[in-house]
Write a protein that binds this ligand. Structure first.
Ligand SMILES: NC(=O)c1ccc[n+]([C@@H]2O[C@H](COP(=O)([O-])OP(=O)(O)OC[C@H]3O[C@@H](n4cnc5c(N)ncnc54)[C@H](OP(=O)(O)O)[C@@H]3O)[C@@H](O)[C@H]2O)c1
Length: 290
């Protein structure tokens, strides 16, 4: 009989974390979730999850959570300006674990996100220098990013956002998690830099049209000017270089669609879920409250 593995999931109560936790448990893995003190979102985690309090900005606070783990599903929930603790966190993971899966970004894959301007590239570099068996999930945007449109959709029926014509291959968060779970629960994924995408290319406007079809309501799209969008992003806490990177990327995707891959199906053996699948799962978020 093989010994049961133990895996720590960071950013466990975000969009990807609960999927990763559920799927790891289903694969027979003992799962620890790293949660902040008094985290109000632990209800998103299934029964059987072991909660460990810790803060990625305070590496020593991770000691208990890392003690005795085999692997870490590492997500770094900060922008580029908050990376001071990354080297110490990676050192602690190297001391404790054998395997690590990092949720990285397509931006690294295509050379737009670099070590000097982005946390994903920086973390990849730190992990590559370790003895860990690492796997990088260079993901496109999440289908869940469309939840950001929900307040506008429910209140006005129109989305005001830049670059509606930008064509994306957004991935279902559960599919992204599944690729990571395959790497942590199985073997043969060490040293792989997977480009993880959804199965189709859809413009942002088309995504909103699909949401409208699913909730039975015609929805509109109104492009916002690049500079106005930048000001709003920076105003809400995005570092300016990060806002520029995201907006320039959207602008590029109006001319050439985002890259796609078959990694989800290749690694998990199941087809990647479509945006329409995702919209059906989340339809309630886009319906005006009664
Ligand atoms: N969204 C995208 O399109 C996209 C694209 C490329 C890559 N990514 C990567 O995907 C990763 C996962 O995204 P996500 O949306 O699932 O989660 P996320 O929004 O990055 O992270 C949210 C989670 O991190 C926790 N958290 C916040 N600050 C923390 C701290 N100081 N220490 C420990 N935990 C902390 C939050 O806890 P609370 O519940 O208490 O808030 C929550 O569980 C991201 O970190 C990002 O690097 C995302």
């Amino acid at each position: 009989m093989t010994e049961q593995k133990t895996v720590l999931v960071t950013a466990a109560t975000g969009n990807v974390g609960p999927h990763a936790v559920r799927q790891l448990l289903a694969a027979g893995v003992k799962v620890r979730a790293l949660v902040l003190k008094d985290d109000p979102n632990t209800g998103r985690l299934p029964e059987g999850t072991e909660l460990y309090e810790g803060d990625l900005r305070d590496p020593d606070s991770l000691d208990a959570a890392l003690d005795g783990v085999d692997g870490v599903f590492l997500m770094w929930p900060f922008f580029t300006t908050s990376v001071e603790t990354a080297p110490a966190v990676v050192r602690k993971i190297e001391r404790a674990a054998r395997t690590v899966v990092l949720v990285s970004s397509i931006g690294v894959h295509i050379g737009l996100e670099r070590v000097d301007n982005n946390c994903h590239a920086y973390l990849e570099e730190l992990l590559e220098a370790t003895t860990l068996e690492w796997t990088f999930l260079r993901t496109t945007g999440f289908q869940a990013n469309a939840l950001g449109f929900a307040p506008q959709i429910t209140s006005t029926g129109t989305v005001y956002f830049p670059y509606g014509a930008a064509v994306r291959t957004s991935v279902h968060e559960g599919d992204l998690a599944a690729v990571g779970v395959a790497a942590l629960a199985g073997t043969g994924h060490g040293g792989r830099k997977y480009l993880v995408t959804g199965p189709e290319a859809l413009s942002q406007e088309e995504q909103v049209r699909i949401i409208g079809e699913v909730v039975g309501r015609e929805l509109g799209w109104q492009d916002v000017e690049h500079e106005d969008a930048r000001a709003a992003m920076v105003g809400s806490g995005w570092p300016p270089s990060y806002a520029d990177g995201a907006l320039d990327y959207f602008a590029m995707l109006t001319k050439e669609p985002e890259l796609g891959s078959t990694v989800v199906e290749d690694v998990t053996g199941r087809p990647a879920r479509t945006f329409r699948d995702w919209a059906h799962e989340h339809a309630a978020a886009f319906r005006p409250q009664a």
